[in-house]
Every structure is written in structure tokens, then in C-alpha cells.
Design a protein around this ligand. Structure first.
Ligand code: PLP
Length: 387
């Protein structure tokens, strides 16, 4: 089956994007800003008790950051460059958290000088750095979480520490004059198993209780990370189901008086808002009897589609053409054979799809344009438009 457009966006939104795109040279990304606001508002409604820290890396465009600033959200920042950009928009440092656990001492100092007072950490060396470069700041410790098999883009193994070590780090932080503020985790991006939050919240509860009973330390905050879904070919539950379940896990663990709850959405706010418009460069068969056609498009792994690595994220493709379909292999335009997008998973595209037709890559608003290479094979970086 080819995809049904309406499962991913309204026909009107698509037609608006198509009309806007018609006279522009591909490839480029079009961001429908109304979709961002819609997804943000749904998240706020689903988690009325939570503070939202937008994960800037998902899409750091000035247009988007400005919109989110005006919606009063907070920002999860991973580098001094992201910090400069966010501060340049007049966003107050008390709405910023330095969420990267891997940071240079001079970067911690820079954040501190700019007024940021909340830092993520997961190691002793980093806490000692923070204590020196950002004295008296709030820290939260990131724990490892499982769920890497059910997340389409796992984020865990590299970040976080075991629960026992998290407790040691919290105690160390206090001894070093920092404010031990909370615990964070990230269950993996595009996490399709809501139970991953249950397991992580269970660990956090043990940490909160043990620290209170044994060390008299009262933690105040749980950062539930990102992981909420965008709409791709591999289905996930609705956001409201995530919210109901996660709220239940929290109330079972912590009762009605929840600690401060932070969410760090990236993909779930941005993903569905983007349509990457591309053109078919070439169509071929590798032999007279080959079953599958190869479709080469003018976007690939090096123009923003890095998350097709391992065919992890399967973007819905729409061509607008009708008629019989066939299974194809899809590849990018560069002279690198890693630039094959989908080969194991066979997309079904119309048999009458021809060279120079357009392919619309839906749900490409997150983790695309900034992953685009600056000039591999001479191709310019992917452009973005905001409508
Ligand atoms: C990337 C990242 C996020 C965003 O995750 P999504 O799955 O895109 O929502 C949130 N928090 C941290 C610390 C991250 O690194």
C-alpha cells in the first residue's frame, strides 16, 4: 500500500506546502509552523503539570526558537553555540538547562557567566568541573535507561550512569556545594514502548527514597527526557496514551504531590511539521530481469536523512501519483554507496513514477536540516522555508 496522506497531514496543509513549493528548486525542507504550535499545545494539554524544555538540537532554526520563546517554553541546550543563539533571541538564562553531560570545563564556565544555573551530569569528573566552574548551581543526574530495542533512535548507552552511581554523585554534588536538584533519563528517541518510562520512573523512585532516608537529601525534580513520538510509517501510540500511562506511573510512584516534572521534547513537536521536497534524479534496473527498480532522489544520507541509517526512521513518502505500485530501492544522489536510504524495507511507489517527478518526504521536521553536510560532492546544505 502506498501511504494515505491524511494519516500524516491534512490535504489542505499539504496543498499549501505544494503550492508554496512548486516554483522552487529541490531539495528543500518546508516547515509548517502551525503544526509545531499544534503539537506543542497538545503536549501541554496532555501534561498540564510539566515544564517543557525544548531540545534545541531537533531543529534549531531561529524562526522556530522565536516561536517557542513567544510560547514561553524553556530550552534544553547542548553547546555554547546553541546557547548563544538562544540568548541572542532575548531568552532568559533561567529558562535554560545545560543538558549535555559531555562538556568542557570552559563551556561550563561560559554557561555560568551567561547566567545558566541548571546542569545535567552523569560522572564524577563532570560534577567536579561544574562545582569549580559553576559554583552553587543546580545539578540533576542522568541515569541509564533500557528500552533501546523499542526506540527507533536510541539515545541511552552513551549517556547516564547506574542508579547506585547516581546516588553517589548526588551526595558528592552536595558535598561540593552544588544543589542536588533531581534525576533525569531519556528512554530513547521515538520510543514506542511506553513501559520504558515505567521502568525508569521506578528507578528514580528508589533513588529519591534512599537519598531521603539515608542521607537526608530531598530531590525536587524528575526530568522525563524526550522520546515522545512523531508520526512515521512504524506506528506509535497517540500522545494522549503516552500521557495517561506516564501520569499513572508517576502517581503510583510519587502520589498526588509530584516533584517538579520536566519534559524535553524534540521530535514530537518538530517531526510532523516538516515536508522535505525532493525530485527523482534517475530510475534504473540493475539487470534485465531485476525485480526492483532503483529510485535515486536528490536527497540522501548527506542532505539531512541521517536517521535512515540502519533504516531506523521510515519517513512516509508521498508522490501524488495514482495507479499500480511496486517495491523499490531508494538511494541518494552522492557518490558514496552508504547513501542508500531504504533497501531492506521496500517502499511501494507508483510504477508510473518517472525521472523529475517530485517525492514529498513527510514528517521530516526533526533531525534533518542540521544533519545535512555542507558540501559533500559539492551539494549545498539543505535549505529550509517556514510557512
Ligand atoms: C535529543 C534529546 C532530547 C530530545 O529527544 P526527542 O526524542 O527528540 O524528543 C531530549 N533530551 C536530551 C537530553 C536529548 O539529548
Amino acid at each position: 500500500m502506498p501511504i494515505q496522506l491524511e494519516e500524516y497531514m491534512s490535504r489542505e496543509t499539504f496543498e499549501r506546502i505544494r503550492t508554496f513549493s512548486d516554483d522552487k528548486e529541490t531539495p528543500f525542507l518546508v516547515i509548517d509552523t502551525a503544526t509545531i504550535i499544534d503539537r506543542l499545545e497538545k503536549l501541554i494539554t496532555a501534561f498540564p503539570y510539566a515544564s517543557i524544555y525544548y531540545a534545541v538540537k531537533a531543529n534549531p532554526a531561529i524562526e522556530i526558537l522565536t516561536m517557542l520563546r513567544d510560547k514561553n517554553v524553556n530550552f534544553d541546550i547542548a553547546s555554547v553555540y546553541e546557547l548563544d543563539r538562544v540568548l541572542s533571541l532575548g531568552i532568559s538564562p533561567d529558562k535554560i538547562s545545560y543538558g549535555n553531560t559531555i562538556k568542557k570545563s570552559k563551556d561550563v564556565r561560559y554557561f555560568y557567566q551567561k547566567g545558566v544555573r541548571m546542569f545535567a551530569t552523569d560522572s564524577e569528573a563532570d560534577i567536579r568541573n561544574i562545582a569549580r566552574a559553576a559554583p552553587g548551581s543546580k545539578i540533576y543526574v542522568r541515569i541509564l535507561s533500557e528500552g533501546t530495542l523499542t526506540a527507533d533512535w536510541p539515545l541511552s548507552r552513551k549517556f547516564g550512569c547506574q542508579a547506585d552511581m547516581a546516588m553517589d554523585l548526588i551526595i558528592l554534588a552536595k558535598d561540593l556545594g552544588l544543589i542536588p536538584y533531581g534525576i533525569s533519563f531519556h528512554v530513547g528517541s521515538q520510543q514506542r514502548d511506553i513501559g520504558a518510562w515505567d521502568a525508569a520512573i521506578g528507578k528514580v523512585k528508589v533513588i529519591f527514597e534512599r537519598l531521603q532516608e539515608e542521607d537526608g537529601i530531598e530531590l525536587k525534580m524528575i526530568n522525563l527526557g524526550g522520546g515522545f513520538p512523531a508520526n512515521y510509517i512504524t506506528k506509535a501510540n497517540d500522545l494522549s496514551t503516552y500521557a495517561q500511562e506516564i501520569t499513572r506511573f508517576l502517581k503510583e510512584g510519587f502520589g498526588e504531590n509530584l516533584p517538579q516534572i520536566i519534559l524535553e521534547p524534540g521530535r514530537s513537536i518538530m517531526g510532523d511539521a516538516g515536508v522535505l521536497v525532493s525530485e527523482v534524479v534517475l530510475i534504473s534496473r540493475k539487470s534485465r530481469t531485476a525485480l526492483n527498480r532503483w529510485i535515486y532522489t536528490d536527497v540522501g544520507k548527506f542532505s539531512g536523512l541521517i536517521e535512515t541509517l540502519g533504516e531506523a526512521i521510515k519517513y512516509p513518502l508521498f508522490t501524488g501519483k495514482k495507479g499500480e505500485v511496486e517495491e523499490v530501492i531508494i538511494a541518494g544522489p552522492t557518490c558514496d554507496s552508504a547513501d542508500i536510504l531504504y533497501e531492506d524495507y521496500k517502499y511501494k511507489l507508483p510504477l508510473n513514477l518517472a525521472i523529475s517527478d517530485r517525492i514529498y518526504w513527510l514528517s521530516t521536521g526533526a533531525y534533518t536540516n542540521t544533519y545535512s553536510a555542507i558540501e559533500f560532492n559539492g551539494f549545498p546544505p539543505l535549505k529550509s522555508y517556514f510557512i
